[in-house]
Write a protein that binds this ligand. Structure first.
Ligand SMILES: [Zn+2]
Length: 501
């Protein structure tokens, strides 16, 4: 071992762990300092050093970076990064820097997505895309989206410093998507949908709460807001081999199973609605109860109706050739409905509101069943509003069909996850990697319109997400990075063709 300079050899009494930690700290203290790749290669070729190098880059550095990214926020007291906000732009710059550190060629596109690419042996070949999102919800955790990006960048960095990235059979491109959560414009997947070519030009006219449109925001940040520019963001399907995403589970199953990683078989379809109920605005003290057209209790009744229907769809939906017995059974096992946002106008304690509006989020694994729920819900809601003499409008703000992950890609990812878990377990065989459905939407949904997709889930504490309580163990961050690395290593051709330096 050694050849890394006098301070890294055993002759001076340092063991491999001390040396690697010292080098890592040096990199942290002096950001511009880059250890010569020879040093990393020397560690990689040493038995224990190889494991230490993996630990340093895939766990220690990755968790440090997650914490750095988790502090880049538009709010002082919580994490918040929405589409193209000042913090999002700063986070994008940070991702750029880490991509370049991993030996990638980088650029931004016209929708604010950040790209980093390694060409491998065949620069014009079909590319493997790996991605997740850079934006967050309001008062977010630090792992949602960021973990997938950091795992991919860390795995590619390891391949770079060990001289293996030039042996990749195909280009590998990491994409940090600018919007997945849909917080700012109430429309999800702005970043990945643009690349998949499914983003309608009308999206440019969507406005945020301040009245600024997507077009305004893009004009300010990237400068080009033409529909032509939007269309040109679409990737040619013939240039892409597949899409992989690593993401926290956002549910409790992996923790319950006691395993750090799982494979995703599919993602539930989802619809977002906005319901607006209009009545007669008036004085809270002078209008008799019998003469009110109050939209607030009407909205409350509609919300309770939603809950009843989604808890017991079998009691509401009729069986016909469109909505079969089996459809309702699958639906009943996966259907979840949420009212997460409600507002009233003028929102004063002594005023009967003139208007109440709220959002509805409906998710299910069965697309026909989800449509049946929306149809039944809408018709019952309109009847309720008629009975209460208020006016209702129901707008569909977002739709995404359920997505099935590619079986072959999933098999490869499962093998990579199994290998990673085995390595972390000192070479001992692990339990079978669990296969899960995803109730949460992911960029993989949009990317499925472009190419085959596969996903790995990572255990998070208590299944908690979209909360500052969101937590992933350092070792599980390591497992995620190792699985990504192992999957990438399976994309490397004959070792005789790998350039070692
Ligand atoms: Zn996410």
């Amino acid at each position: 071992m050694a050849r890394c300079g006098p301070f890294l050899g055993r002759r001076r009494g340092y063991d491999a762990v001390t040396a690697v930690v010292f080098a890592f700290l040096l990199c942290l203290i002096v950001p511009s300092f880059r250890l010569p790749r020879l040093c990393f290669l020397a560690f990689a070729e040493d038995g224990s050093g190889r494991r230490d190098l993996r630990r340093v880059i895939l766990r220690d550095e990755a968790t440090a970076r997650l914490n750095v990214l988790g502090k880049i926020s538009d709010a002082e007291d919580h994490l918040e990064r929405t589409f193209m906000s000042p913090a999002s732009l700063r986070a994008g710059n940070q991702i750029h820097e880490w991509m370049e550190d991993a030996g990638m060629r980088t650029w931004n596109d016209g929708m604010g997505n950040v790209h980093g690419r390694v060409d491998g042996r065949n620069p014009s070949g079909k590319a493997l895309l790996i991605g997740s999102h850079l934006d967050t919800v309001v008062d977010a955790g630090i792992f949602d989206g960021s973990l997938g990006l950091i795992s991919a960048i860390s795995a590619l960095k390891l391949l770079n410093v060990t001289g293996k990235s030039s042996g990749l059979e195909r280009p590998v491109e990491v994409i940090a998507f600018s919007d997945e959560e849909g917080i700012r414009f109430q429309s999800t997947f702005l970043g990945s949908a643009a690349i998949a070519g499914i983003l309608p030009p009308s999206i440019l006219n969507f406005a945020d709460r301040s009245g600024a449109t997507v077009r305004d925001v893009l004009m300010e940040t990237v400068g080009d807001t033409s529909e032509k520019n939007l269309r040109e963001l679409k990737y040619d399907p013939n240039s892409v081999w597949g899409y992989v995403e690593v993401h926290i589970e956002q549910g409790p199953v992996l923790e319950w199973r006691g395993l750090p990683l799982g494979i995703v078989s599919g993602i539930a379809g989802q619809t977002r609605l906005r319901v607006t109920v209009r009545g007669s605005q008036g004085h809270a003290g002078t209008v008799p109860m019998s003469m009110r057209q109050d939209p607030m209790p009407a909205a409350a009744e509609l919300i309770v109706l939603l809950e009843s229907l989604c808890k017991h769809p079998v009691d509401f939906l009729s069986f016909d050739e469109y909505c079969k017995d089996s459809t309702i059974e699958v639906l009943a096992n996966s259907l979840v409905c949420t009212v997460g946002e409600i507002s009233s106008w003028p929102s004063a304690s002594n005023v009967i509101p003139g208007r109440v509006s709220f959002t509805i989020d409906i998710r299910a694994m069965e697309d026909k069943g989800r449509e049946a729920v929306i149809y039944e819900l809408s018709s019952r809601m309109y009847k309720t509003c008629d009975r209460r003499s208020v006016i209702c409008t129901i707008e569909r703000k977002h739709d995404a069909n359920a997505v099935k992950c590619d079986p072959e890609l999933s098999t490869r990812l499962k093998l990579a996850a199994q290998t990673a878990m085995k390595e972390m377990n000192g070479g001992m065989d692990q339990q079978e990697v669990p296969v899960l459905m995803s109730g949460a939407g992911h960029d993989a949904m949009a990317m499925s319109h472009l190419t085959k997709v596969g996903m790995i889930f990572v255990r998070c504490r208590g299944g908690v997400s979209h909360s500052p309580e969101e937590h992933v163990l350092d070792d599980d961050v390591w497992a995620a990075g190792l699985a990504t690395l192992t999957f990438l290593e399976s994309q490397i051709g004959s070792p005789f063709c790998v350039h070692t330096m």
